[in-house]
Design a protein around this ligand. Sequence first.
Ligand SMILES: Nc1nc2c(c(=O)[nH]1)N[C@H]1C(S)=C(S)[C@@H](COP(=O)(O)OP(=O)(O)OC[C@H]3O[C@@H](n4cnc5c(=O)[nH]c(N)nc54)[C@H](O)[C@@H]3O)O[C@H]1N2
Ligand SMILES: Nc1nc2c(c(=O)[nH]1)N[C@H]1C(S)=C(S)[C@@H](COP(=O)(O)OP(=O)(O)OC[C@H]3O[C@@H](n4cnc5c(=O)[nH]c(N)nc54)[C@H](O)[C@@H]3O)O[C@H]1N2
Ligand code: SF4
Ligand SMILES: [Mo]
Length: 736
Amino acid sequence: MSTRINRRDFIKIAGAGLGALAVSGGVGKVVYGLMKNGLSSEDMISRTSTYCEMCTFQCAGWAYTKNGMPWKITGNEADEHCYGRLCTKGTAGFGLYDDPDRLRTPLIRTSERGKQVFKEATWDEAFDYIASKLGEIKEKHGAESVAMFSHGSGGSWFKTLLKAYGTTSFVAPSYANCRGPREEAYMNTFGEAIDTPERTDMKNSRCIVLIGSHIGENTHSQQVNEFAEAVGKGATVIVADPRYSTAASKAQYWLPVKPGTDLALLLAWINVIITEELYDKDYVKRYTTGFDELKKAVKENTPEWAYPITTIKPEVIRDTAREMAKNAPATLIHPGRHNVWYGDDTQRVRAGAILNALLGSWGRKGGFYMPEKAEMPEYPVPEFPKNKKSYKDTDAGMNYPLANLAISSGVCDATVHSVIGGDAFYEGWFIYGSNILKAMPQKEKTIKALQDLSLVVVIDVLPTEITGWADVVLPDTSYLERYDDIRHSQGRTPQLALRSPAFEPRYNSKPAWWIAKELGKKMGLEKYFPWNDIEEYLDFKLKKAGSSLEEMKKIGVKNLERTTPLYIGKGENYKFPTDSGKIELYSKALKNFGFDPVPVFTKHEEPDSGYYRLLYGRSPSHSFARTINNPILSQLDPENEVWINPEVAKEWGIKSGQFIKLENQDNIISARVRAKVTERIRPDCVYMVHGFGSTQKKLKKAYGKGADDQELMTRVLVDPIMGGQGMHGNFVTFKV
Ligand SMILES: Nc1nc2c(c(=O)[nH]1)N[C@H]1C(S)=C(S)[C@@H](COP(=O)(O)OP(=O)(O)OC[C@H]3O[C@@H](n4cnc5c(=O)[nH]c(N)nc54)[C@H](O)[C@@H]3O)O[C@H]1N2
Ligand SMILES: Nc1nc2c(c(=O)[nH]1)N[C@H]1C(S)=C(S)[C@@H](COP(=O)(O)OP(=O)(O)OC[C@H]3O[C@@H](n4cnc5c(=O)[nH]c(N)nc54)[C@H](O)[C@@H]3O)O[C@H]1N2
Ligand code: SF4
Ligand SMILES: [Mo]
């Protein structure tokens, strides 16, 4: 069998790519703005270097135009984020550029907040409004009382602006509502986080263990490419998932674990690896601390103990543990990405980290490689003001000892006057590329906070649920119409990638860098944007990093030399960046903060009779809610469905394709949504893709299609270690 995966293999796992379909997907009729590269003659094909923003994984690619019209978007072959193959969403980027529903000009609110009554404004008027409000807030409450939510590359320009202003609270739902537990679990075990792109050496793995992680439906290109390559080379795949996912369909072992019991499964695997002495003895002795404590702690966690909890048979637990050991160290217990499930998430992910340590896979081929980043000097700017207060000073539930970022829901609490008692900590929010009404559970709390603010600024490309709550809406360009900062994320190879504009901005939209710089001028902060234009800024940085803007426009991605080895050498005297200098199987830091030093299984609440646990995930054709209105992708996958086990469907008399509604434990009723009756899910849960059920009428293609999982999340299971917002604790019943 060929070891190089081809496009067909990739498509089989990731769903169909669009390729040239993007041309026929409705874009041809539109008259586009002025072409940057001045094309006019017949059949002229031109390509522009970009990195994708259809999700935030930033795959590098080429935007091709033919006779000045959008033609196709392809991956850059030199790029390790995508290996030249973009996912379905990435190839549909022109759909965003071409979306007639896009925000066209700045808007200023003229009625009650949330009523969505705005007047169109000039950029100057919008900036005057914001600058004057920010001035008032600073004078009355201090600059620290402005918080910024962000997701996506353009956010960095506003971080510079707000740091210059004096803000200290930078919040990302992609932390407390996504991968936060993973980063803190690995930090507290190996001293280093996983980060993005994941440092998983999956293409070389001989055994891949996926706990949830639904690669294939989760279509981060690098992950899908590497998973496909490993599968092509015959790797053993073990998937623990209550649902038969796309990844499970490639697996030798599908373990339909009872939702919420993965920690018991992981502890049983650890128990087998230790009792059968299958661990890497040299690695454990050389690099870890706390083995004896771990051994003692998991003594009772046998496969027989785990069986009634997880419903996975003891022999399956033993067989899979042996399979992992047989392939070690090229065994990867995948750390996952979206881990905020049940509130004990840091501990669950840490159990996987411990298992990786026992198998000796950290720093080893087929396990985790040691990533490097390109050195990227900053453009010199004056020092930012020193701040007096930070989010840690609010008493609104953000004192998580091991959190490394502000917690999104904590910022809401610290904004609501009645929660804080008198003066709230936050008076102003900037929101860039984050639809927090879709991304954060307990929507009522978010809305209460929005109502209590003195200033809400939203920078977006589309009129989404959150733009409806803004005082000022600023229309960013799509990523295809702008430069952004140089991508220099971690990887096997230190890489640089350039995003440059393929088109002039449409309507009266402006690139994020321009908005931040011009608003900076109005606020008297121009010294933090000392460059004349973005090309000068980028060229300065690129030259320092060993390239130039001219070169990057031609190649898009530049690979630099590594300075350190990719793996830890066998027997190498390696010091881990933890307190002990070793991998901490037993964590003193966790113990000192009153947490279990070795993960311990705790039971989670179960649904009452007639109720089912609500699980959710991804469509390969969509990114969250952000692509549901895309003219191309909305045709590929127009609405979501609720997966229901046939036994349950029979009991309720539900048929596939029928419209139903879901009602959660707090009597919140969903929009109507189609049922999908399938053996591919356990009877104790239901499943739906996140992002649908838009309530924003201005999104003409997304409005009212399918149901929103977020709406049903009135309960949150908080991770006491880092404040993660566990969203798997909601139960639903059917309204047929
Ligand atoms: N197409 C597409 N790809 C994306 C994204 C997107 O929006 N669209 N978003 C990206 C982002 S930011 C993230 S964080 C990732 C998220 O993607 P992942 O990190 O893969 O998300 P998970 O929550 O791990 O995966 C959801 C799976 O977990 C299963 N599951 C639910 N409950 C349990 C349980 O108790 N135990 C176990 N073992 N499994 C369970 C579900 O059935 C489902 O198959 O995807 C990324 N990739
Ligand atoms: N119920 C539920 N909640 C979830 C999840 C879930 O699966 N279910 N997933 C969680 C996860 S894993 C994550 S990472 C978070 C992510 O949630 P968010 O932080 O909200 O991130 P996105 O959904 O990527 O961001 C969406 C916004 O970015 C805008 N946007 C797109 N491109 C651009 C651009 O170029 N410029 C600007 N200015 N704006 C742009 C879109 O129009 C949209 O309004 O949500 C979390 N919340
Ligand atoms: S994974 Fe897909 S949508 Fe995300 S950046 Fe890469 S190509 Fe774009
Ligand atoms: Mo995420």
